[in-house]
Design a protein around this ligand. Structure first.
Ligand code: C2O
Ligand code: CU
Length: 470
């Protein structure tokens, strides 16, 4: 059966029906113009999708298409690859079956970043054999947490993600909040030539700090314009999918209310003027747009010193929000908090582990830098072994000259020594400092932890964790 025209309206109306259960709760708006992956199974609790990775054309500069690698919807014969790829949209409790086909000229996998997944479907370097060109693989998992996640390859990730292979995942649950619009904003940057093609030049600085793009993207577009209503309250799900660029975002004149982190809603929201997103991180925001019809707000990124003396390029606009007719009713009062989070019980006797991050600059001009965790460089690493349901404190000590965002697969953790209670799977560890987090290993299997600056992960800053079922 050809599903495209038949089924995707059903999928959308199902999503909208879910949204209408809560008054004025908006459907999640997929990245500019994209549609969610088509679910070929009418069972409302089973999502069955087909994802194809292959070559595509995409315009980072308007009118100048680039050759990219991209995901497309295998259930839609008309679909073309797009950057970011089509969104996986589901709800807590859904079973998900992904039929994946690799049409790239090299091997790949899909990792479901932040999804608590059975290890054989994690898509990491150690959890599966790579999918060969022309090969297929089926991933199966159940969505257990509401929030914003993403999927991307876990082999040559610095090359494959940069070429366009990444896409958001939104899982709805008991985290609905009445908003006028619920948007996914995927932040990225690419290095493009003046003819629009992706640059093939990788400098030693790119390898050292992660590929530095010259074009900033929101949902695969350079400085897009979003249409909104004056006075609206909107939910923005921000995701940093860049290889190595840190986004330090602000909407001048507006506060950003942070309501969620990587692993879902916080126990208590907080407000900031600027928000730092290291590669791999997600933040869920409420923004009161205010303003009047005809006004435009800017989403900007500004300098953050992440090390190695990168230059301050000043505040740069990454998207514009144009305000249209005002909302009919002003936004209602917000509850105090939504997330039900208990702090992990840690005590003086909780086992601790230390992970020291270091880097080695190349000695010869043609050499590449190497990156280390506890003096080991992947793939030559000693696995960390722990048992299922163990609670531990991990201290990540960054002895390097730049920040490293540390990501752990298979579970979430709670960052200690800071004021907010929430779940993270990726945390920035600033240069020459330490971050501690508490973690419970509820998911048996072989997992990876690594820096999410992709050039660093691919050059050694990656480790292996075995969670053994007792
Ligand atoms: Cu987003 Cu191990 O990766
Ligand atoms: Cu790093």
């Amino acid at each position: 059966m050809r599903l495209s025209n038949l089924l995707w309206p059903t999928v959308l109306s199902a999503a909208l029906a879910g949204a209408c259960a809560e008054a004025r709760s908006a459907a999640v708006e997929p990245p500019l113009g994209a549609v969610p992956l088509i679910d070929q199974d009418p069972d409302p609790d089973h999502i069955e999708v087909r994802i194809v990775a292959g070559s595509a054309r995409w315009e980072f500069l308007s009118g100048k298409p680039a050759d990219v690698w991209a995901y497309r919807d295998g259930n839609d014969p008309e679909s073309a690859g797009r950057v970011p790829g089509p969104m996986l949209l589901g709800k807590v409790g859904d079973r998900v079956t992904v039929h994946f086909r690799n049409e790239l000229p090299e091997e790949t996998t899909i990792h479901w970043h932040g999804i608590r997944i059975p290890a054989p479907s994690d898509g990491s370097n150690i959890s599966q054999t790579p999918v060969e060109p022309g090969g297929e693989f089926t991933y199966e998992f159940t969505l257990t947490d509401a929030g914003t996640f993403w999927f991307h390859p876990h082999l040559s990730a610095d090359v494959q993600i940069e070429r366009g292979l990444y896409a958001p995942i939104v899982v709805r649950g008991n985290d609905d909040i009445a908003v006028e619009a619920d948007r996914v904003l995927v932040l990225d940057d690419v290095k493009v030539e003046s003819n629009g093609a992706l640059s093939q030049t990788i400098t030693s600085l790119d390898l050292m700090v992660g590929r530095q793009g010259n074009v900033l993207l929101v949902n695969g577009q350079k400085q897009p314009t979003l249409s909104a209503n004056a006075g609206a309250r909107e939910r923005w799900r921000l995701l940093n999918s860049a290889n190595g660029t840190f986004f330090n975002v602000a909407v001048p004149g507006r506060k950003l209310r942070v309501i969620g982190w990587d692993g879902g809603l916080l126990s208590k929201p907080y407000e900031v003027e600027t928000l730092l997103l290291a590669p791999g991180e997600r933040y869920d925001l409420l923004v009161e747009l205010g303003g009047t019809e005809g006004e435009a707000l800017e989403l900007q990124t500004s300098y953050y010193d992440r090390g190695h003396a990168l230059p301050d390029q000043g505040a740069r606009t990454i998207a514009t929000v144009e305000l249209g007719p005002p909302v009919e009713e002003p936004p209602t009062a917000l509850p105090e908090g939504w997330g039900q989070i208990d702090p992990l019980p840690v005590t003086d006797t909780t086992p601790r582990r230390m992970f020291v991050l270091t880097e080695m600059e190349p000695e010869l001009p043609d050499d590449e830098p190497r990156f280390f965790i506890n003096d080991e460089s992947f793939p030559v690493v000693t696995p960390v072994v722990t048992s299922r349901d163990a609670i531990e404190i991990w201290e990540v000590k960054n002895d390097a000259e730049m920040d490293h965002p540390f990501h752990l697969h298979g579970t979430f953790f709670q960052v200690l020594d800071q004021p907010h209670l929430g779940w993270k799977d990726t945390v920035n560890v600033p240069m020459k400092s330490s971050v501690r987090f508490a973690v419970r290993f509820d998911n048996p299997g072989d997992w990876m932890f690594h820096c999410h600056i992709l050039e660093h992960a691919e050059r050694g800053m990656m480790g292996v964790l075995n969670v053994v079922a007792p």
